[in-house]
Design a binder for this molecule. Structure first.
Ligand SMILES: *Cc1c(COP(=O)(O)O)cnc(C)c1O
Length: 367
């Protein structure tokens, strides 16, 4: 059993994927080929954003977004204590200071209240992260940002294709970013990312910043990065978009089967969606007592699992100079000790899921 079965996806859709790659190879337009703009237009339409800007990765998109918003050394940006490191990392790399906000139990994401508690007079913006495939409470967070004169970046690296009260992930905030890392719900065959915005000035700035701040023909108006999306990745993504909706449906079906077969196992808590949310199930992350022993048992039975994430950000060695300690974010700390992601991809079979459930139930029963 695979944790995420990318090989199977390739074999099932080999013909259109190979054709997409061969098309770019023979065109030789490896950088800034027409597929990049076509993908930008398609995804802007899907998300409901005015503009989309292709990037070399989700992390590149975060760096470029922060540069476009004018982050300065010493500026504070609020981001979650429990999530992947990329947003906090990008803030620090540009001289800013990440200020962590506690997450709530149900969705493991920040709320208006927890972000509000983290604001100071130095705060310039907030970066809520959509976790495991569903959106954070982004309307309330956007409202808070507006009230306080802050910018907001939605980190939609795990949620592209999901919606919240009818609005698509990637449509919130001054800028939203996403990632096409292979394991994400819409993944390419290497690194890739995108930024979305409703603001044409920000879009213009980001287009420059992703190519060394080049305004036109080696006229550098600001310093940027090499953060472009490869043409071949854009072509692969355009091909994958032809079956993306179907894969999201299959992921939701798999989540439903898990909910059925994993219900009523003592000591196991299943993921829940916030009201108004749909999910693309980037991860199916349960919470389990005795996680270490359960993980070892599942591994012995050939069932792969992963931990997203074993250590909250305020406990990461690299952030120790922020002066935070164990006990600062109790929910983030508890989640880090209990979360366990189970195999999740569109081609998981009911038999495989029943096996996962049987092994978990058998182990938890023994306790
Ligand atoms: C994957 C991910 C990123 C980074 O994306 P890359 O394309 O790997 O750089 C950022 N934020 C979150 C929440 C992610 O899951």
């Amino acid at each position: 059993m695979e944790f995420i079965d990318l090989k199977q996806q390739y074999l099932r859709h080999r013909e259109i994927l190979d054709r997409a790659m061969a098309g770019v190879a023979s065109s030789a337009r490896y950088i800034n080929g027409p597929q990049v703009a076509e993908l930008e237009e398609t995804l802007a339409g899907m998300v409901g954003a005015r503009e989309a800007v292709g990037m070399g990765s989700g992390t590149d998109a975060l760096l470029v977004a922060l540069l476009a918003l004018g982050l300065k050394p010493g500026d504070e940006v609020v981001c979650p204590a429990f999530t992947f490191i990329a947003a906090a990392e990008a803030i620090v790399l540009l001289g800013g200071r990440p200020v962590f906000a506690e997450v709530e139990e149900a969705g493991a994401m920040v709320t208006r209240e927890t972000v509000e508690q983290a604001l100071t007079e130095k705060t310039v913006g907030i970066i809520p992260v959509d976790l495991f495939g569903q959106c954070a409470p982004l309307e309330e967070l956007g409202e808070l940002a507006r009230e306080r004169g802050l910018w907001m970046i939605e980190d939609a690296a795990q949620s592209l294709g999901a919606s919240r009260n009818g609005a698509m992930a990637g449509s919130f905030g001054h800028i939203a970013i996403t990632s096409f890392y292979p394991a994400k719900p819409l993944g390419c065959m290497g690194e890739g990312g995108m930024a979305f915005t409703g603001d044409p000035d920000l879009a213009f700035r980001m287009r420059g910043l992703r190519a060394h701040g080049d305004a036109s023909g080696y006229e550098h108006v600001r310093l940027g990065l090499n953060a472009r999306l490869d043409t071949i990745q854009a072509a692969i993504l355009l091909a994958k978009l032809s079956f993306f909706e179907e894969e999201v449906r299959l992921r939701n079906q798999a989540a439903q089967v898990y909910e059925e077969v994993l219900s009523n196992i003592p000591g196991l808590r299943l993921p829940a969606l916030l009201p108004g949310n749909t999910s693309v199930w980037a991860q199916y992350t349960v919470r389990a007592e005795q996680r270490t022993e359960l993980t070892a048992h599942l591994r012995e039975q050939g069932i792969p699992t992963a931990i997203h994430y074993p250590k909250p950000l305020h406990r990461q060695p690299v952030f120790q100079d922020l002066g935070l300690d164990q006990g600062n974010f109790p929910t983030a700390e508890r989640l880090s000790g209990e979360v366990l992601s189970l195999p999740m991809h569109p081609y998981l079979t009911r038999d495989q899921q029943e096996l996962v459930a049987r092994e978990i139930a058998g182990f938890m029963g023994k306790g």
